[in-house]
Design a protein around this ligand. Structure first.
Ligand code: SAH
Length: 217
């Protein structure tokens, strides 16, 4: 069961979580504000009521996880989201990352390959608060050609290589942030598609994500 009550205690725990993430080096105020605002316990079973505000990943069913808040903040900061930008997310999962991007002012298009997770988000009442989030069931490797091009793309599962079709759906000047690698540990990478069409690649810290898998389930 999903909790629906947001108490002062939850708000206090959230503020602590945002402060903790700031002390780990996140400086983007829009990111920290979003973390301090979104009731993360709503995205988990009520058994995780307090634990939801620990800086940890948790299971959300179907063998998938809600990313660690620090990781969500790290990717969101690298994405440099501006108001009204079109952002494509691969791997909706719990939809927590999508809400962080929406709070930052993005128009979010998010794809999930697991039908059960997609359907659970379709009936997740809290998401009604964010009409700027559009949920899609599909294979993230295909992106969303009908809605392309995007200002930004974020992949929240470990990609063994840079998905070519997604690069094609990026605007010139656009950026894509993804954990790259096929092992247990990946490197966070930011790719900028320059106006000339060539790609600039920047390498950041190591993280551990569930794999990006081809096809729908
Ligand atoms: N952004 C999520 C993190 C979820 S974990 C959150 O905030 O909770 C990664 C998710 O990516 C999983 O739900 C997994 O099913 C999904 N995924 C993996 N490969 C995918 C693909 N090819 N297309 C779409 N989603 C994919």
């Amino acid at each position: 069961m999903r909790p629906t009550e947001d108490t002062y205690r939850h708000k206090g725990l959230r503020k602590k979580l945002a402060d903790g993430i700031r002390s780990k080096g996140i400086t983007d105020e829009k990111v920290l504000e979003a973390i301090g605002k979104i009731p993360r316990h709503f995205f988990l079973d009520s058994a995780f009521d307090e634990a939801a505000y620990e800086d940890r990943a948790f299971p959300i069913g179907e063998g998938q996880t809600i990313s660690q808040p620090y990781t969500v903040a790290y990717q969101s900061q690298l994405l440099e989201v501006k108001n009204f930008e079109k952002v494509l997310e691969i791997g909706t999962g719990s939809a927590y990352q999508a809400c962080v991007l929406a709070e930052m002012g993005a128009q979010v298009f998010t794809i999930e390959r697991q039908k059960k997770l997609f359907e659970s988000n379709k009936t997740f009442l809290f998401l009604k608060k964010y009409p700027s989030i559009k949920l899609f069931y599909g294979d993230g490797y295909e992106g969303l050609p009908k809605f392309a091009p995007f200002d930004k793309i974020i992949i929240t599962a470990a990609a063994p290589e840079i998905p070519k079709k997604l690069i094609e759906q990026l605007k010139p000047g656009g950026m894509m942030v993804l954990p790259l690698g096929s092992g247990d540990i990946q490197r966070m990478i930011r790719i900028t598609k320059l106006e000339t069409g060539s790609l600039k690649e920047e390498v950041f810290d190591q993280f551990s994500f569930v794999p990006m898998i081809e096809g729908k389930k």
